[in-house]
Ligand binder design. Structure first.
Ligand code: MTE
Length: 310
């Protein structure tokens, strides 16, 4: 199926029977008064956004792959560890502390934070720095919506993010004590305000599984996956470029920007091609500049040397 040639709906990428079935199950759960459903297909509207000039056909990654082949070091470093261990993380109640150069700092409960924000579905390519890729139907909204809610002050030039740091629920923290916990990430303000930068609360028509960063995570589709920080508890607007976890660990290998760029290799491997998860033995393809989102985001980097600012 050809993606990115027009508007897509979740019902286009999933077997219809599955889709209807899930909606019925969701309706049943709501009737029984179980946990509130965040990020549901019922609330999601298809993204009315026509992407890019990139014309290679790609399929949406099977859900089982996207939810069982994960990077979430707080639950272990093997790809299967997060799916095995992330159920230990309590995501309710959840709040996000928003601070720094904002008009309305505070500890926002999840419902407060999401109130008045419409959820939509967005099918994005996702490219990990390890040279594998997926295509994921996320549910969420533009990050700018919560930044605008908090009111960014004129001195705010960057946005810093932090993941939950709860070793008793996140066994990978104890297994890897020298890793600089908590996981932190950052964006320049214009990147954060770009409409493609999103906060996801769901995927595949359901709430986000814990291993994918419940209850809310960042998704920045033109950057390597490690920028898309999971299970966010803190957002701080800053004047200076904030530290980021992988840059702290290996500055020569992971820059602050980390835009997907097939012309700038990782010091230890090429970034020209990628392995398509769920694509089988021969599922390799060329990696496009900015992961195929150049038409939307290249102007953010006009005049910058992307080999230096990798
Ligand atoms: N966020 C936290 N807190 N911890 C992590 O280890 N891994 C990153 C990113 N966000 C990571 C994280 C990396 S390297 C990738 S590729 C993506 O999450 C993987 O997201 P996925 O498991 O939903 O595919």
């Amino acid at each position: 199926m050809a993606l990115f040639r027009g508007n897509l709906k979740y019902s286009d990428v999933t077997a219809k029977a599955d889709f209807l079935n899930r909606r019925q199950i969701m309706a049943g759960a709501a009737g029984l008064g179980t946990a509130p459903f965040i990020g549901g297909a019922a609330q999601a509207k298809a993204l009315e956004y026509t992407t890019t000039d990139y014309s290679v056909d790609v399929d949406t990654t099977p859900k089982d792959d996207a939810t069982s082949y994960n990077n979430y070091y707080e639950f272990g470093t093997d790809k299967g560890d997060p799916a095995k261990n992330a159920h230990q993380m309590k995501t309710d109640p959840w709040s996000v502390e928003i601070g720094g150069l904002v008009d309305k700092p505070g500890n926002y409960g999840l419902n407060d934070l999401l109130s008045g924000i419409a959820l939509e579905e967005r099918i994005y390519r996702f490219r990990c720095v390890e040279a594998w890729s997926m295509v994921v139907p996320w549910i969420g909204f533009s990050l700018s919506e919560i930044l605008n809610k908090a009111g960014v002050q004129s001195g705010g030039k960057y946005v810093a993010f932090q993941t939950l740091n709860r070793p008793e629920e996140m066994p990978g923290i104890g297994w890897n004590p020298r890793f600089p916990w908590p996981y932190v990430e950052g964006l320049r303000m214009d990147e954060a305000m770009h409409p493609l930068s999103m906060i996801a609360t769901g995927m595949y028509g359901e709430s986000l599984p814990n291993q994918n960063g419940a209850p809310l995570r960042l998704v920045v589709p033109w950057k390597y996956g490690f920028k898309s920080i999971k299970s966010i508890v803190k957002i701080t607007v800053t004047e200076k470029e904030p530290p980021t976890t992988w840059n702290k660990l290996a500055a020569r290998e992971y820059g602050f920007y980390s835009n997907v760029n097939p012309e700038v290799d990782h010091p230890r491997w090429s970034q020209a091609r990628e392995r398509v998860i769920g694509g089988g033995l021969f599922g390799k393809r060329d990696t496009p500049m900015f992961n195929g989102y150049g038409a939307e985001v290249a102007s953010l980097y006009a005049g910058m040397d992307l080999k230096k600012n990798f």
